[in-house]
Design a protein around this ligand. Structure first.
Ligand code: PLP
Length: 427
């Protein structure tokens, strides 16, 4: 089939707008009449710097990122790399805060090294905690990575959505039940669980900054719903996302970081001190302040990936004069259409997550007969594929159907799927 005949609902890498790909294909051969393709130009060239800076600026415009307080960096280790990077960097920042407090407590410059280390060790032993809100497969992986890097004693499973839900994901535990630590190095959650179809309906109020401006160090994985709705950026210390769903190609990961976490000498403790405390330091390519200081070019970055992200952002800004709010309205409309088709045939379709936390981006459901999943689920996939609706198979760990409703799925594409869902149920 031709590209135009397919609506691809795969969970990632996801569909990219065809006009973006056509422009990029030309740029790969000869970028702006330079005789060289975009991927062949030096990442240190002025042309590369322009691409990075424009993509950053357009992202900030589209999402209303307060750039006086937040830095955006491009990294390369994927969402998974950020599971590790967030641990390393924010444990470092926590230790740096404790270090400053200990030095003040012990009389500033008079404090001897040994006394400082002893006091810090005690603070680490009694106070270092990373809180994880686990609501699906990806936040679970992030939690497991923190345990692997630090040891279980420092990592707190503050909420586990499988408890009281039959051992399965599909709900978000009430915030009043979250067991948050005082002064946690970070509180982590995944805004949209791609595998389980669970999305936070809004920023969790319990993590909001306090009136005096202080508050928890909030980290969020937004890999699969970034650019699809407005986010209160100022509530986060760090948010990150892989590009390969709503932004661009696989290969570049974006981190938006509060600038106060990036001041080198004051924020990250020395490797020697961290060794004395038996805490890990980040590999240099995962150290935020190093990447930020070098405007994402500490080492070779795929400028082509950033270029594609830039094209996607320019396209979004062109389509939606009201920026992310415009896309948010369309995303909701598309998701509502698909969920409505499923809901109007309750004898056939069972939506997996609880209604209160249904993802607008990854719509997960089962096809059933007489209340049980049977061969009709396979038939659903086969017939959908025959009609050009592809990529609908659920994640291998949970099965079922998953319609990924990312930004590049058009309203017409969502309508086509909704109609098919209706027609299949009738048949
Ligand atoms: N976080 C979320 C929400 C994801 O959906 C994914 C991948 O699909 C990841 C993290 C992992 O990303 P990567 O494969 O880029 O490491």
């Amino acid at each position: 089939p031709s590209r135009a005949e397919i609506t691809y609902f795969g969970a990632g890498p996801a569909l990219l707008p065809t006009d973006v790909l056509e422009t990029a294909a030309q740029a790969l051969v000869n970028y702006k009449d330079t005789g060289l393709g975009i991927a062949e130009h030096s990442h240190r060239s002025e042309l590369a710097a322009t691409i990075i800076n424009e993509a950053k600026a357009d992202l900030a415009t589209y999402l209303d990122i307060p750039t006086a307080d937040y830095e955006t960096i491009f990294m390369q280790a994927g969402g998974t790399g950020e599971f590790s990077a967030s641990v390393y960097n924010l444990v470092g920042a926590w230790v740096a805060r404790q270090h400053a407090a200990v030095v003040a407590e012990l009389g500033g410059a008079d404090a001897t090294d040994d006394a400082v280390v002893a006091a810090l060790r005690k603070r680490v032993e009694t106070g270092l905690k990373l809180d994880y809100i686990v609501t699906g497969g990806w936040s679970l992986k992030a939690y497991q990575e923190a345990v692997r890097l630090l040891g279980p004693e420092y990592v707190n499973l503050a909420a586990d959505a499988r408890v009281d839900n039959g051992g399965k994901f599909g709900k978000i535990p009430a915030q009043s039940t979250w067991k948050l630590s005082p002064d946690a190095a970070l509180v982590y959650y995944c805004d949209n669980e791609t595998v389980d179809g669970v999305e936070f309906p809004e920023f969790p109020a319990v993590l909001a900054p306090r009136p005096d401006g202080t508050g928890p160090v909030v980290v969020a994985d937004m890999s699969s719903n970034i650019l699809s709705r407005r986010i209160p950026v100022s509530n986060y210390s760090l948010l990150f996302f892989g590009a390969q769903k709503n932004l661009g190609l696989t290969g570049v990961t974006v981190a938006v970081i509060r600038k106060s976490l990036l001041a080198p000498a004051t924020v990250q403790p020395s490797p020697a001190l961290m060794r004395k405390l038996a805490l890990p330091i980040p590999p240099i390519v995962l150290q935020y302040e190093i990447i930020a200081k070098n405007n994402s070019l500490y080492n070779t970055l795929s400028i082509f990936d950033v270029y594609i992200a830039g094209l996607v952002l320019k396209r979004l800004l062109q389509i939606f004069p009201d920026k992310v709010d415009g896309q948010e309205a369309v995303s909701k409309k598309k998701a509502d259409l698909i969920y409505a088709a499923l809901e109007s045939n309750p004898a056939v379709y069972k939506i997996v997550p609880d209604k209160s936390v249904r993802s607008r981006m990854n719509i997960c459901f089962r096809v059933t007969k007489n209340g049980a999943v049977d061969e009709s689920e396979k038939a659903f996939l086969k017939e959908a594929t025959a009609q050009g609706l592809t990529g609908l198979k659920g994640h291998r760990s949970v099965g079922g159907i998953r319609a990924s409703n990312y930004n590049s799925i058009s309203l017409e594409g969502a309508e086509k799927l909704a109609k098919f869902i209706e027609a299949f149920a009738k048949a």
